[in-house]
Design a protein around this ligand. Structure first.
Ligand code: NAP
Length: 279
C-alpha cells in the first residue's frame, strides 16, 4: 500500500475545537471507519451514519470499549431524498462540532450506457445530501464560538476526479467538482469566522469499495493507506487549509501547482468580494 507522510495534528486542540460530537456520513468501513477510529482516539463522541445498522453498531461498540466514547448509530441511505436533513435531525440534541461528508464513491461506467437513475442517485448523495447536512450543521456552528464567532468544521471527501473531467467517471467527476467548489466557497465565507471547511482531493485508496470496484488482478499497491489520507485531512482542517490535493494519477505532476493556484485565487476573492457584501 502507498504510504503518505503524516502531517502534525494537535489532538487536544482538535477535540476542544471540533468536539464533543462529530458526525460521519458513510462511517461503517473504509475512510469513514478510519475517521471514526482517529476521532474516537481523541475522545470525540460519534454519530455514525451509513446503510448497515449492524456494521455501525459493531464499530460503535468497539470504539466505546477501546476509547470510552459515546456513539449513536444512524441507519440512513444517503441517496434518499431528505437524507441530509434527517442526519441533522438525528443529531439535533447533541453538541456537534464536526461534519464529515465521506461516502460518495462510484464505479467506472459509460454515461450513455448507464441507467440515468444511477446518475441521479449520485447527485442526491454527493450534492443534495451534502447541501442539507452542511447547511444544517453549519447553521449550528455559527452560534458555537465565543462572542460573535462560530466554531466547528466540515470535511468533504472529494477526489482528484473533481479537478477535471475523466472518462467513465462523468457523474462522479461532475459531483466531485461540485463538492470541491462548495467546500472552497464555504472556507472563503466562514474561515475568518471560526468555521473551518476543507475539501480533500483523495488519491486512490485501498478501501473495501475500491476492492469491490476494480477488476481482478488490479495493482492495489498503487492505492494509499486510507488512514494516512484521513489523518492528513484532519490535520489540514486544523491547519485551516481549504483544499488538500494528494498527488495521484497521470496529472499528478500538475496537481501541486493546481492546489497552490486554487488557494491563491480563493484568498484573493475573500478580499475582492467584501466590496459586494460591505464586510
Ligand atoms: N477509495 C478510493 O480510491 C477513493 C479515491 C478518491 C476519492 N474517494 C472518496 O473517498 C470517499 C470514501 O470512499 P470509499 O472508498 O471509502 O467508499 P464509499 O463507498 O464512498 O464509502 C464507504 C462508506 O460509505 C457508506 N455508504 C456507501 N454508500 C452509501 C449510501 N448510499 N448511503 C449511506 N452510506 C453509504 C458505506 O457503508 P454502508 O455500506 O453501511 O452503507 C461505507 O461506510 C468517497 O467520497 C470517495 O468518492 C475514494
Amino acid at each position: 500500500m502507498r504510504k503518505l507522510a503524516q502531517l502534525p495534528l494537535d489532538t487536544a486542540a482538535f477535540a476542544a475545537k471540533y468536539g464533543p460530537w462529530a458526525v460521519i456520513a458513510g462511517a461503517s468501513e473504509g475512510t469513514g471507519e478510519c475517521y471514526a477510529q482517529e476521532l474516537a482516539g481523541m475522545g470525540i463522541n460519534l454519530v455514525l451514519v451509513s446503510r448497515r445498522a449492524d456494521a455501525l453498531q459493531v464499530l460503535g461498540e468497539k470504539l466505546k470499549d477501546e476509547f470510552g466514547i459515546e456513539y449513536r448509530a444512524v441507519a440512513q441511505d444517503l441517496t434518499e431524498g431528505g437524507a441530509g436533513t434527517k442526519i441533522v435531525e438525528a443529531a439535533s440534541d447533541l453538541d456537534v462540532g464536526l461534519y464529515i461528508s465521506n461516502a460518495g464513491a462510484d464505479g467506472f461506467h459509460g454515461f450513455f450506457e448507464d441507467d440515468v437513475s444511477s446518475a441521479h442517485r449520485l447527485v442526491a448523495m454527493n450534492i443534495s445530501t451534502l447541501i442539507d447536512a452542511a447547511n444544517g450543521f453549519g447553521r449550528k456552528f455559527l452560534g458555537r464560538g465565543e462572542g460573535a464567532a462560530g466554531r466547528g468544521g466540515v470535511i468533504v471527501m472529494a477526489s482528484g476526479a473533481g479537478l477535471g473531467g475523466q472518462p467513465n467517471l462523468a457523474m462522479y467527476s461532475a459531483t466531485k467538482a461540485f463538492e470541491i467548489n462548495l467546500a472552497e466557497s464555504l472556507w472563503a465565507e466562514y474561515n475568518e469566522r471560526g468555521i473551518d471547511v476543507i475539501a480533500v482531493c483523495a488519491p486512490l485508496m485501498d478501501t473495501p469499495t475500491l476492492r469491490r470496484t476494480v477488476p481482478e488482478g488490479f495493482d492495489l499497491s498503487q492505492a494509499c493507506d486510507p488512514s494516512h489520507v484521513t489523518h492528513n485531512a484532519l490535520a489540514g482542517l486544523q491547519a485551516g487549509e481549504p483544499l488538500q490535493i494528494i498527488p495521484d494519477g497521470p496529472d499528478q505532476d500538475l496537481q501541486p501547482a493546481v492546489e497552490a493556484a486554487r488557494k491563491a485565487r480563493l484568498v484573493g476573492f475573500v478580499e475582492f468580494n467584501k466590496q459586494f457584501t460591505g464586510g
